[in-house]
Design a protein around this ligand. Structure first.
Ligand code: UDP
Length: 397
């Protein structure tokens, strides 16, 4: 099959491209405005890479669509701080430009696999009705759960709304014009090639990278609104495994379907995530000269700007992926964090090695045996639990 992979240079795209190349079953054309994450694959000449901005040349985009069997669309601005700072750009790229791709697929009768987001579910029904969602663990199901957005003045929701509208348009094209689409809603994938260290680039990456920055370089660990909201993390290789099954689409089971890809068992609050990351770092990666970051609580508005509102809880219901493509994720949270932290430390630690490095390096090459985080240093746990509102105060290891 000839696959056109739009947005191949991002975190999901690069991991997916590498896996498709390894499988060797398809001919891949990869497009992106960046290729740093794909450099090795491109250097080896294993894919055709085109440096291309989908906003720049509609005719070329149409020609490329017409020339391939399946279009995988990963092009998006998918970063909460951008939803707040650049809402119009977010809408234009995530809806207007992506709509063109969908319409070329309708015109040329091509299959489209559209990446959407778990944010389309918005806030939980519990939150919307003034209840505490920590007491109501209700998974989000693709074909049943209502999509509940916050008010317009909380313009963070423009991303979720743009994605939701795109999903609805694909569905309508499926009904009226027979468009063959599959929609994927990723739930917090992490793993190798995850976004950058905040201090190295402008912008604002995901929480994992912020916490790693804190552990490596001593910036504060900032818990937005105390870190009470939940996320469920999925290892990128597990996610890619599901995506490949969806691309293969044996028996056409994925035609006109929406899929959650996520790992409900890996749900944590952001405060728990910070605790686990500190414990994992101390156990496997810490060098003697590493700082102990302070932990502070900041408001969402302070961290992201006016117009931010958080998703309180999003538990994926993955029954459909299990039933239709036989998928389930394999990595538990300890393994996901260990592997992603290992990648991040190897890629981003730039400090001079300290005397203890060799000893730590021996640990780095191991998987956590049981990663029993209950043995996490009591002082740190206390610090996380009891001193959240204290602006100063070091975490002691
Ligand atoms: N968050 C945090 N500290 C940070 C960055 C993010 O507490 O340094 C919170 C954020 O408010 C949200 C969660 O962590 O509740 C996940 O944020 P992320 O940026 O990873 O993306 P999201 O899952 O919201 O798309």
């Amino acid at each position: 099959m000839k696959i056109l992979l739009l947005g191949a240079g991002g975190f999901i795209g690069a991991n997916l491209t590498e896996r498709l190349v390894k499988d060797g079953q398809h001919e891949i054309t990869a497009l992106d405005i960046e290729r740093a994450k794909l450099d090795e694959t491109v250097k080896n000449g294993e894919i055709r890479f085109i440096h291309f901005d989908i906003r720049a040349n509609e005719k070329k985009l149409e020609r490329l669509t017409a020339d391939h069997d399946a279009i995988i669309d990963l092009v998006a601005m998918a970063n909460p701080s951008l939803y707040v700072s650049n809402p119009i750009d977010v809408f234009k790229l995530n809806f207007t430009e992506n709509l063109k791709i969908a319409e070329f697929c309708v015109k040329h009768r091509k299959r489209i696999i559209q990446f959407s987001t778990c944010e389309v579910y918005g806030v939980t029904a519990a939150r919307a009705f003034g209840k505490d969602s920590s007491k109501h663990p209700v998974p989000f199901a693709e074909d049943d759960t209502p999509l509940i957005m916050g008010p317009v003045k909380s313009h963070r929701w423009i991303y979720a709304c743009a994605k939701q509208l795109l999903e609805r348009v694909l569905h309508a094209y499926g009904l009226e014009e027979g468009l063959n689409y599959t929609i994927i809603r990723p739930f917090n994938f992490i793993g190798p090639r995850i976004d950058y260290l905040p201090s190295e680039q402008t912008g604002n990456p995901r929480v994992f990278s912020h916490f790693m920055n804190a552990l490596l370089y001593g910036t504060p660990i900032k818990l937005v609104d105390g870190g009470v909201n939940y996320r469920a993390y999925t290892y990128i290789d597990d996610a890619v495994d599901c995506i490949v099954r969806i691309i293969d689409n044996r028996g056409g089971v994925c035609d006109r379907q929406i899929f959650n890809i996520g790992t409900p068992e890996n749900e944590v609050t952001i405060k728990e995530l910070a605790n686990k990351m500190c414990a994992t770092f101390d156990k496997y990666f810490r060098q003697p000269a590493d700082p102990y970051p302070e932990i502070v609580s900041v408001s969402g508005e302070e961290f992201y700007g006016k117009g931010y509102e958080d998703c309180d809880r999003r538990i994926p219901d993955v029954t459909k992926a299990r039933k239709l493509v036989g998928w389930r994720s394999e990595h538990d949270l300890d393994s996901v964090l260990f592997r992603t932290m290992k990648y991040f430390v190897e890629k981003h630690r730039t400090k001079q090695p300290s005397p203890g490095r060799d000893a730590v390096a021996r640990y780095i090459s191991r998987e956590p045996e049981s990663a029993d985080f209950a043995i996490c240093d009591g002082q740190r746990t206390d610090h996380l639990g009891n001193r959240l509102n204290v602006r100063k105060g070091r975490c002691r290891g």
